[in-house]
Design a protein around this ligand. Structure first.
Ligand SMILES: [Fe+2]
Length: 611
């Protein structure tokens, strides 16, 4: 039986194919259309999923859509009526798309995907909860979803057992932890729905000066983690912006203009909202624990991408183990919707051994996207006249490890593309974390940005505890933990006085390129069974240097989605100062490539700005 899951029309549209309960394929639409966070109907992602499954649309048994448009529409209308006549402009702006597409999902599925069978709808938070529990490695667990907003719910908790999932309680719009965070994302001058992780990265530079103001004025945070926003300060319910003039007054000025200089004030605001968010996350987790009595916790929803908060739940919360859906945002809703139909609507059994099928969980390491055969890659390399050599059997990891140990920056394109926002060793740019130059070199010469965030490390699962204060799986880079104390380098008094990004250039540890100013790191642990080749590379690099850790950043430049095809990877390689590229078994060295039209096209470097 084939079920196609779809999420669309808000942010990060995606499709997912489930066959007899197994997740076969999943991808975000942006990777195919090359439009970042593409929210349109995921026609290309659907096409990929069907192709991967070797079926046509008529062989699908069900299509599952990740939320209930009518309920969402009702929420929209009720909110507008509540605020009328304010909000008329945003109402008029939103309506055409609703009336043309969003309310006609069945028609869209038939038109865009050619499917004429049964389309089922799950509620937004059910989809998130299902994406958190069903692919998890737990027979039973508490489930917590934290988000901006779906239909009405902004957050929910419950429990999963076997093939059952029960949500016990919901928090309703407009009271939302995700929207509170987004309000500060907007106010500090970043893009709502994608700049949140920048706010998180900025937080360690600031002081929690505004925590009291936030808790006294903006949000009533209760013991059980539920909250009420004081809507006097927010404009997202009816207006076109997140915050209003009263918010400006409270925090002493207008929002930072996007792309203008980041000051201490933004850093303090980031630190403050981050602390409040962590506190809310911890309270919600404790409450879910009290109410369900479960030992394990599953998380999803956009706020579950807050890996600093997740790290605190792991360390301080009452749960023994936590598992986080890698596509915790709305893309993962497609997967949750499809699995929900399989287990809940159709009542199919769920057994953990079957979910994991030899891997760590039901996500196959999140390597669920397209892959390309060696022949396809070589054919492409021949057409562009690239200079390459093929690594011998078992030689690829050794060869690339040597390049990396030589401080070369290497594009690494291997196997199936990742599902979710992070590159996990299939579409990654890699470097040596021990190098004090690596951080700025990768940012300026390859990603064309300056950054106040360090890169994230990949590390062998079996060696993670030697480098970080963490001794469990973190396969999806969704947990932050400190670098081990003996590896840290304390700051001198003079260095302490440096401001913002200058501080980042002070080496904080023996692996400076992946250590944040507060000694934290956003960790990906790699197991052999999830990605044998990437595991082999980390092992080879470890043998060579004693450090089985690599800098892992996504294979793209600023403002672009992560690369999907060999052609996109090659273009990115040629247009940046990346030193080498491993495209499947083929290794390309930059110095051996001839002059290329691509290399001379610097138009996309104009985007050079603070990221
Ligand atoms: Fe969501």
């Amino acid at each position: 039986m084939h079920i196609l899951g779809i999420s669309a029309y808000y942010h990060d549209s995606a499709a997912c194919l489930v066959r007899d309960g197994e997740v076969l394929a999943a991808a975000q639409e942006e990777r195919f259309t090359r439009r970042k966070h593409d929210h349109r109907f995921p026609a290309r992602a659907v096409e990929f999923c069907l192709r991967h499954g070797g079926i046509g649309p008529d062989q699908l048994d069900f299509v599952a859509f990740y939320d209930k448009p009518l309920l969402k529409f009702e929420r929209l209308l009720e909110t507008y009526i509540d605020y009328a006549p304010r909000g008329l402009r945003s109402f008029l702006m939103a309506m055409p798309l609703w009336l043309r597409e969003k309310l006609w999902i069945r028609e869209q599925v038939s038109k865009e995907a050619g499917f004429r069978g049964k389309v089922l709808f799950t509620e937004h938070h059910e989809s998130h909860a299902a994406s958190a529990f069903f692919p998890s490695p737990f027979e039973r667990a508490a489930v917590l979803t934290m988000d901006g907003v779906g239909e009405w719910a902004t957050s929910s908790y419950g429990y999963g057992r076997g093939n059952e999932l029960h949500l016990l309680k919901e928090l309703h719009f407009p009271h939302s932890l995700g929207l509170l965070y987004s309000a500060f994302t907007y106010y500090t001058g970043f893009k709502v729905n994608s700049g949140e992780y920048k706010v998180m990265g900025l937080a360690p530079y600031g002081e929690p000066r505004y925590v009291r103001t936030i808790l006294d004025e903006l949000v009533d945070l209760r013991e059980d983690g539920s909250l009420r926003l004081n809507m006097k300060y927010f404009d997202f319910a009816a207006g076109l912006t997140m915050t209003n003039g009263r918010f400006d007054q409270l925090f002493g000025g207008p929002p930072r203009r996007p792309e203008s200089e980041v000051t201490q004030r933004e850093m303090d605001l980031a630190r403050s909202v981050q602390e409040v968010t962590e506190e809310a996350m911890l309270r919600m987790a404790r409450h879910a624990h009290r109410e369900t009595g479960e030992k394990n916790l599953c998380l999803a929803g956009g706020v579950a991408l807050n890996c600093v908060g997740n790290g605190r739940i792991l360390r301080e919360g009452p749960f023994e183990r936590i598992w986080i859906q890698p596509a915790a945002g709305d893309a993962g809703g497609s997967l949750g919707a499809a699995l929900s139909v399989w287990h809940q609507y159709l009542g199919n059994e769920r057994r953990v051994e079957e979910v994991c099928r030899g891997g760590s969980d039901g996500m196959r390491g999140a390597y669920l996207g397209p892959k390309f055969t060696d022949d396809e890659i070589e054919e492409f390399l021949l057409t562009v006249g690239a200079n390459y050599r093929r690594a011998g059997r078992g030689g690829l990891a050794e060869a690339v490890a040597r390049l990396l140990a030589d401080e070369k920056v290497v594009g690494w394109f291997q196997g199936r593309m990742e599902f979710g926002p992070r590159a996990l060793g299939a579409r990654s740019i890699l470097g040596d974390p021990r190098s004090p130059r690596m951080q700025s070199q990768m940012n300026l010469k390859i990603k064309f940005r300056e950054s106040f965030r360090p890169f994230a490390p990949s590390v062998l699962r079996e060696r993670v505890a030697d480098f970080f204060e963490l001794d469990c799986d973190s396969p999806y880079m969704l947990l932050v933990a400190p670098v081990r104390e003996h590896l840290r380098v304390p700051m001198t008094e003079g260095e302490e006085r440096l401001f913002g990004i200058e501080k980042l250039n002070v080496p904080r540890s023996a692996i400076p390129a992946v250590t944040h100013v507060d000694f934290s790191a956003r960790i990906q642990t790699v197991r052999r069974e999830d990605h044998p080749l990437y595991h082999e590379l980390l092992s080879a690099f470890g043998r060579l240097t004693g450090c089985p850790v690599l800098v892992n950043t996504s294979f793209n430049v600023r403002g672009e989605p992560i690369v999907c095809t060999p052609a996109e990877a090659y273009a990115c390689f040629m247009r940046t100062e990346m030193d080498a590229l491993a495209l499947g078994p083929y290794v390309l060295l930059k110095e051996e490539q001839g002059a290329s039209a691509l290399a001379e096209d610097h138009s996309w470097q104009e985007e050079f700005q603070l990221d």
